[in-house]
Design a protein around this ligand. Structure first.
Ligand code: HEM
Length: 220
């Protein structure tokens, strides 16, 4: 018997999709600035990259607040339990139709590999992109006569770090798109992030955890 479980809250879904759109947009405009694409024209790409960057920063502030106030940050605590099994699943098990080694529950939505990768994005890659991006934005050439906000002797290093992070995000997006299709059905993960609900085998659903969440009236 299958059961519909409410896994992703309204803000969580909004944050996920807004972040996805902004990262894609920052990627396209950023790689136009880098010289790899020609879509908006260089000047427009710079303008839109800056606007999207500020929108991304505002979104990050709200997301941090939400993660702290709902305790959702605990979903990203790394665990070694099932880590090897999860890796083996992606390398071989998935092609032999073996069952998913990690069961999704409302209190533990992420498998151990997702926990590691998402934590890495949140505490390393995204902060590095924001900080290097802001350095890039507020850098002033001392000789240009502008007010010297931050004078970094090597803008090149900043650009290099920012571009490296951008490549990592591109790799992440590609892998993420593939992994979306590896749920119970090809579209089940995608549907869950749109509607909030996922169909889970009744014996896998964690009734106690659901009850716990309901009791504490966690916001939807
Ligand atoms: C809040 C976050 C971000 C800020 C503040 C930011 C800011 C900037 C700035 C100011 C530039 C230089 C524009 C110019 O040359 O005038 C830039 C370039 C660039 N950005 Fe971002 N950015 C952010 C996030 C991202 C993200 C998420 C990506 C990729 C997915 C990205 C990819 C790039 C790339 C590829 C370049 C060109 C680098 C180069 O060739 O030197 N940025 N960014």
């Amino acid at each position: 018997m299958k059961k519909q479980v409410y896994l992703y809250y309204r803000f969580e879904r909004f944050w996920h999709w807004a972040q996805a759109i902004l990262i894609l947009f920052l990627g396209f405009t950023g790689f136009e600035i880098h010289g790899s694409l020609d879509i908006f024209g260089f000047e427009a790409a710079v303008k839109w990259h800056n606007i999207a960057a500020w929108a991304f920063i505002v979104l990050i502030v709200f997301a941090i607040f939400w993660h702290l106030t709902t305790n959702a940050w605990k979903q990203y605590l790394p665990t070694a339990k099932n880590l090897k099994a999860q890796m083996e699943f992606y390398v071989t098990g998935i092609f032999r139709n073996t069952p998913h080694p990690t069961k999704k529950t409302i209190l533990s939505k992420l498998n151990p590999l997702q926990r590691l990768v998402y934590l890495g994005l949140k505490v390393l890659v995204i902060p590095v992109m924001v900080v290097s991006g802001l350095f890039y934005m507020f850098y002033r050439y001392p000789q240009s006569g502008d007010i010297e906000t931050i004078n970094i002797s090597g803008l090149e290093n900043i650009a290099l770090v920012h571009t490296l992070g951008a490549f990592l995000l591109v790799v992440f997006v590609i892998v993420h798109l593939y992994l979306i299709t590896t749920g119970h059905t090809v579209t089940s993960n995608l549907k869950a992030m749109i509607t909030g609900y996922e169909e889970i085998e009744e014996e896998d659903a964690d009734e106690e955890a659901e009850e716990e969440v309901r009791k504490h009236d966690i916001p939807v």
